[in-house]
Write a protein that binds this ligand. Structure first.
Ligand code: TRP
Length: 344
């Protein structure tokens, strides 16, 4: 069994344990602020974070700004992306009184944990990470030191707050494995300091982009949470379909039509086949109208809340989130140095 299947098999037991004992868990998760958050992020992970928070699990959300420069030359519009993500989180129901939202670069102690952690993995292990390999290929660049080692940096993101539950998509699973290895090896060498965190794989299937390819800002195939209803309608109007009038669900041979069905289905909580049957021979125009209405209706309240928030709100959330995260990071770094005999 590969690690994805093995982890997936553990999910039902893990989920019931979380429901029964929310206070045993501490969640750390987050994303790279490379663009605006989209519908795929919302249904894949953000909804889940809100559910965990509301179930009483202490939750930390990291905006991994240093990870932006793993596969590109500059951080680009990172500041705007961070603020936009915080607006999305708040509008989605992440409550800064119960969840800590923070940025990588504001917590220097993370970078200091990175040093002993680097000593716990071999170069061969770093080169073997399938997600790093895929990102390297996609980047079209030479492998830089940060791209090779960022999974170790990510271990510091998770372990600084002793996170023991990490909601991730399939692509981040290898990084949770690296984190478990680092925690285990650290504890073996220096005494027990860190938990071995478990990955929580989202129950929602991955939503394709509007053209049927992987949802990605660089393909222009996403619907962002920040878009207006008109912008959403326009995006969907331009989505590629085909000349076949009767609508059927067939992701392999009809990627565009099927992606629109998937998008509408997740918003309406129906199956794509069912929606295809309803539209029948009314064609892709009717499908696009239905999908537009479904998405706009689904996001309407979130977008209203988002519009009522101000820049000052996000600045305050980050200020206090960074402060709270930093206090914990200082404590954990102290404990780490003490375990290593470096407390003077
Ligand atoms: N690598 C994650 C992504 O690409 C973002 C991330 C950074 C993360 N640190 C994390 C996810 C810690 C989970 C836990 O989206």
């Amino acid at each position: 069994m590969d690690s994805f299947s093995a982890t997936s098999a553990r999910m039902p037991a893990l989920r019931s344990s979380i429901t029964e004992n929310p206070s045993r868990y501490r969640v750390l998760t987050g994303e790279r602020p490379t663009g605006h958050l989209h519908l795929g992020h919302y249904v894949g992970t953000i909804r889940e974070r809100v559910r965990l928070q509301d179930a009483g699990v202490k939750t930390f959300v990291i905006l991994a700004d240093y990870q932006v420069i793993t596969d590109r030359d500059t951080a680009g519009a990172v500041r705007d992306n961070v603020h936009s993500a915080v607006l999305d989180y708040l509008a989605a129901g992440i409550d800064p009184d119960r969840s800590t939202i923070f940025t990588h670069s504001a917590i220097p102690e993370l970078n200091q944990l990175f040093l002993p952690f680097l000593s716990l993995v071999t170069e061969a292990e770093l080169h073997r990470n399938p997600t790093v390999k895929a990102e390297l290929l996609d980047s079209g660049r030479a492998l830089n030191g940060l791209l090779l080692t960022y999974p170790v940096h990510q271990a510091a993101d998770i372990l600084f707050c002793k996170g023991n539950l990490v909601p991730v998509g399939k692509d981040n699973l290898p990084h949770v494995e690296v984190t478990r290895t680092i925690a285990r090896r650290f504890n073996e060498r220096y005494g027990k300091v860190f938990p071995e965190p478990e990955a929580l794989i989202t129950a929602a299937p991955e939503l394709p982009g509007l053209d049927g390819r992987k949802m990605s800002k660089s393909y222009g195939n996403t619907i962002t949470l920040a878009m207006s209803e008109d912008e959403t309608a326009q995006r969907i109007r331009k989505a590629p379909t085909d000349a076949e009038r009767t609508i059927t669900y067939d992701p392999d041979s009809r990627p565009g039509v099927s992606a629109l069905l998937d998008t509408a289905a997740v918003c309406l909580d129906r199956t794509p086949e069912d929606i295809a049957d309803e539209i029948g021979s009314k064609g892709s125009g009717a499908l696009k109208a239905l999908a537009t209405e479904a998405v706009n209706e689904y996001l309407r309240e979130l977008r209203h809340r988002r519009a009522s928030l101000a820049a000052a709100d996000t600045a305050e959330v980050l200020r206090s989130g960074n402060h709270a995260a930093r206090r914990i990071a200082v404590e954990t770094l102290d404990e780490t140095r003490a375990a290593m005999g470096m407390h003077y």
